[in-house]
Design a protein around this ligand. Sequence first.
Ligand code: C5P
Length: 222
Amino acid sequence: LSPKPLAGRRLLITAGPTFEAIDPVRGITNLSSGKMGFAIARAAREAGADVTLVAGPVHLPTPRGVTRVDVRSAQQMLDAVMPRAPLHDLFVATAAVADWRPASLSEHKIKKDGKKVAPSFELAENPDILAAVARLPAAQRPFCVGFAAESEKLEQHAREKLARKGVPLIVGNLGPATFGRDDNALLLVDAEHSRPLPEDGRACDKQTLARALVAEIARRLA
Ligand code: C5P
């Protein structure tokens, strides 16, 4: 195997959570730290790829040599990804995109009304960024890799995602409560097989895991 298996390849990757504003001071988000995506971006750069990282709001330094685009909402993430996707060989979606956003944004901070009536919000569904990239015409479509963070039935849900999103590979988080942690184990699920990474399924640090995943993706791309 070449020491730089992604030399000459271009990778686009999303990472972190998204933040969906309710009013100027509040919003809906989730506990993704972005660590796995940033570790993959770094590993892919080490493997020779030209890497663009589209990051939601996270507190992480940009890996050396990686081009970073910061976004906040799912819509902004989609707007950053779609024009760039056709210019890339690989698209890895690690972002924990908020499934819903408030249907309307309040221009001013929502105040307590003094009558002890809590406000209620209508939600609108966010665009599925991975599915949108996977629907690009073949000539413009990068090789797409999705992630799955599930609390149960990981393989079954990962397999459903393969079909629903139309992607060749879904990477499941095997570790419990992986958000924010430094270690994890993965389950690689494609149309034919599933197997753990590392092979013994025991959690290891995310950077080591990211290097192994990048090597695996490079093999599939070759
Ligand atoms: O649909 P679900 O959130 O379970 O799928 C997870 C995978 O899809 C991840 O790869 C995630 O980055 C991606 N995704 C996305 N846009 C969304 C929701 C999920 O790109 N709106």
